[in-house]
Design a protein around this ligand. Structure first.
Ligand SMILES: NC(=O)c1ccc[n+]([C@@H]2O[C@H](COP(=O)([O-])OP(=O)(O)OC[C@H]3O[C@@H](n4cnc5c(N)ncnc54)[C@H](O)[C@@H]3O)[C@@H](O)[C@H]2O)c1
Length: 376
């Protein structure tokens, strides 16, 4: 008989419903030590609570997160709310004695992330932060190869996340475009965790940063006939130095809301003197692998649905967003149960705090137009 992980969701918007979809398909996972079940949901909007009525395992729908946290049936809480609410809600989850899968950026700023980290240490609860793209088969293949392979001297690293929906100046403003709800770090808070997860896990921690930040549209329609200010950073290019095998290597982290032609494009590129890798969700099945032999070869490797947590889906089929989101939850559940068994895990609180240290230094760098040393 498998253990059952009973989950409550606070914030049933875009990501809360995506999580419900993952739990609804949990049975496709093979040999999972844990079964996950969505039992309770909290959101402020009636229409969203109504949406969750179609999930048969949900016993509690509420607008008061304290009621969800008082529910003895809930083991783990997934919190997917605007960034200004992260600290308060994460601390409430921990105070209620529950485990947490937090959403990025793990607090609205560095101070919030440090207070959350402190509360986690005191509570002893199991906490991880969301970042799902590294769980796609392509990135998994690269991570395994990078841990094992000889690339020679690593020359440079690029990691990033781009989208383009904000190119339309008539796209209405929402909480993600305002400092008070998204945070001063703007696009770095929105997309940055996706860009740093793999580099941080491989031990590539920026020592210093030079940041180029852009605000492109400063107001947008407010949806009520007027205009609303948009004061967050839209695009961020972070030029950093990391140390690999005692040598400094440039690593560029790119997060952009206005990247022409891109739609949720997560990518990573690692180039060495003897070998390299390149992957983008634009070509979801393709890992490009460089090899320097007598000739220089860029080889195209097709990956299918070979997941770290195997599913019933045929190995030749393609993987997409809902698949990597399910894999991330499988990694969370397995690690919580002590059964990750060397597989790639979710972002740790320490890594999340480190991302804030980087983004905070990036703000300072952009403001002063200088290179800023990062203190961990
Ligand atoms: N991992 C990813 O790929 C990914 C993608 C998008 C967003 N996110 C993150 O997920 C979080 C939520 O983003 P989203 O896009 O789902 O936002 P959203 O606006 O679609 O949903 C947020 C929900 O929170 C609810 N809410 C607000 N205050 C609440 C409260 N006090 N109690 C209960 N519910 C409350 C809102 O009613 C709304 O339904 C953010 O941290 C964001 O950065 C992650």
């Amino acid at each position: 008989m498998k253990d059952t992980l009973k989950v409550g969701i606070i914030g049933g918007g875009l990501m809360g419903r995506e999580a419900a979809s993952a739990f609804g398909r949990w049975f496709v996972l093979e040999n999972m030590p844990v079964r996950a079940e969505l039992v309770a949901v909290c959101d402020l909007q009636d229409k969203l609570l109504d949406w969750f009525r179609q999930v048969p395992t949900v016993k509690l729908l509420t607008k008061d997160h304290h009621q969800l946290l008082a529910c003895s049936d809930v083991d783990v809480v997934y919190v997917a709310v605007p960034h200004n609410l992260h600290e308060k809600l994460y601390l409430d989850v921990l105070a209620a004695g529950k485990d947490l899968l937090a959403e990025k950026p793990f607090g609205i700023d560095l101070g919030a992330s440090l207070r959350i980290q402190e509360a986690i240490k005191k509570s002893g609860r199991f906490v991880r932060c969301s970042s799902e793209f590294p769980f796609l088969p392509g990135p998994q293949r690269i991570v395994q190869s990078l841990q094992a392979a000889q690339l020679g001297r690593i020359l440079e690293i690029r990691s990033g996340f781009w989208h383009a929906s904000d190119l339309d100046p008539l796209k209405p403003c929402n909480w993600k475009r305002q400092v008070k709800t998204c945070g001063e770090i703007g696009v770095m808070g929105d997309l940055g965790m996706h860009a740093v997860h793999v580099p941080f896990r491989l031990g590539w921690n920026p020592k210093r940063v030079y940041a180029q930040l852009q605000k492109i549209y400063t107001e947008r329609p407010d949806g009520k006939g007027g205009m609303a200010p948009c004061d967050t950073w839209d695009n961020a290019m972070l030029h950093t130095d990391v140390e690999i095998d005692g040598r400094e290597v440039p690593m560029r982290l790119e997060t952009k809301r206005l990247a022409p032609g891109e739609m949720n494009t997560w990518f990573i590129e690692v180039l060495g003197t003897d070998g390299g890798f390149r992957y983008s969700t634009k070509e979801p099945k393709t890992v490009w692998q460089f090899e320097r032999r007598k000739d220089q070869l860029w080889q195209r490797l097709e990956v299918g649905h070979q997941m770290a947590f195997p599913t019933i889906t045929g190995g030749i089929f393609e993987a997409g967003f809902p698949d990597c989101f399910l894999q991330m939850w499988a990694a969370y559940a397995a690690e919580r149960a002590g059964q990750l068994n060397g597989r790639f895990g979710c972002v740790t609180p320490e890594e999340a705090v480190r991302s804030h240290q980087l983004f905070s230094a990036a703000l300072q760098s952009h403001q002063t137009k200088t290179v800023v040393t990062i203190t961990n």
